[in-house]
Write a protein that binds this ligand. Structure first.
Ligand code: TXA
Ligand code: MG
Length: 371
């Protein structure tokens, strides 16, 4: 199958909508990452998404809607907390987990009684949903396990020959996937951090919890990494083994992985250059790539060629860091590096989403340096 990339003109949108209505797949831009869309009410069309991505079949899809009528068609009831979040942040980078109606195929929900619903804050995405006339099921438009695509070219490099059409909306504004909030329980719970931060949600809802399963997963992975060195599983492993799995099924899988192994270096800003120098010295003889802020890149300018550094922008500008993250991870796919070192960030505000993705990409290998 030949894969076309088209600018989102009226004619291209009509062509895309026709493909979607006949059960086919179209990749399209959103404000977070590119999505791989299918008619969300057509189980066979949704099955095609799993096939094209190589996605594990138990990982449910989220539905993209353009208006309130579509929400009411797929969700059974909309609790007060959801109404508040819709008013504050939608359209925008937020997915709500709601009880689902009979209209939603089990192929979308993975058989759960709930469905993820999101109204994207991107004109092309909204125009496409309206033109198709149905909610669009759309995961990120990457091969499963790879970094999500934030450009049409990144979609093409993963899905060329597997889908007929990519709508090109340029680079995505936020660059990390939507915040997922489960509003079906007593307390709203973040299942995946994103550009709508925990702090922003708390301003609207008061208390917001972070899924305990995310933390348990992180502790278990770190204990496994530690165990590889020491030979014995630590405390954290046992604690986490008794703990929960992440409640968003997709969060338990390996994700965002670049082809070379990545280790994160965590240190106070003034000690980061020394931490990277030590890592470079240790890796002598091997081809190393770095994923770093402009400040760290400048400090290392005479230690490593510019072509071996992917820059995330200024350290204080987390919006830019998030927007460049996946391209930085993907940039080393074409360069034959043996290993990667990346800079760690504070986990407040947008830093929580950035570190969630970076830690997964690193298989939770984090080296704490300095004080
Ligand atoms: O920003 C985004 O959300 C992008 C763009 C394309 O909209 N989409 C995206 O989809 O990231 P995907 O499939 O890559 O991630 C959706 C996540 C998965 O981790 C999945 O397990 C979780 O949402 N999910 C879907 N339905 C769920 C449900 N009913 N309960 C809990 N988690 C759910
Ligand atoms: Mg994804």
């Amino acid at each position: 199958m030949q894969t076309k990339i088209l600018q989102p003109t009226a004619a291209a949108l009509a062509e895309a909508a026709a493909i979607l209505r006949s059960g086919g797949l179209v990749a399209f831009p959103t404000e977070t990452v590119y999505g791989l869309g299918a008619n969300g009410l057509d189980a066979a069309a949704c099955a095609g998404i799993y096939e094209a991505k190589g996605r594990p079949s138990d990982n449910p899809l989220i539905l993209h809607i353009a208006d309130r009528a579509m929400l009411d068609a797929v969700a059974l009831d909309v609790p007060d907390a959801a109404e508040k979040l819709l008013a504050a942040f939608c359209p925008g980078p937020l997915t709500l987990i709601l009880r689902c109606s009979d209209a939603v195929p089990a192929r979308v929900t993975g058989g759960l009684a709930t469905v993820g619903v999101r109204m994207p804050g991107n004109d092309t995405a909204l125009a496409l949903i309206r033109a198709a006339g149905v909610p669009l099921a759309a995961p990120s438009a990457n091969i499963s396990g790879r970094p999500s695509p934030t450009t049409a070219e990144a979609v093409l490099s993963d899905l060329a020959g597997r889908i007929p059409l990519i709508l090109d909306g340029g680079a995505c504004r936020f660059g990390v996937e939507s915040t997922i909030v489960d509003v079906t329980g007593a307390a709203a719970t973040i299942l995946r951090p994103g550009a709508i931060t925990r702090e922003m949600l708390a301003e609207v809802l008061g208390e917001v919890r972070l899924d305990g399963g995310l933390l348990a997963q992180e502790r278990a992975a770190q204990a496994r990494n530690g165990a590889a060195g020491s030979g014995a599983p630590g405390h954290a492993a046992m604690e986490a083994a008794a703990g929960e799995a992440p409640r968003a099924p997709g969060m338990k899988y390996t994700h965002y992985a670049p082809r070379a192994p990545l280790t994160l270096l965590q240190a106070p800003p003034e000690e980061l250059p020394a931490a990277f120098c030590a890592a470079l010295a240790e890796a002598k003889g091997r081809d190393v790539g770095l994923i770093v802020t402009d400040e760290t890149a400048a400090a290392l300018a005479d230690k490593i060629p510019e072509s071996r550094m992917a820059r995330l922008g200024p350290r204080g500008d987390m919006r830019t860091v998030a927007a460049r993250l996946y391209e930085a991870l993907r940039s080393f796919d074409e360069k034959p590096v043996d290993m990667l070192f990346g800079e760690a960030f504070d986990e407040s505000g947008l830093g929580l989403a950035v570190m969630n993705r970076l830690k997964k990409a690193a298989g939770y290998r984090i080296r704490r340096c300095g004080k």
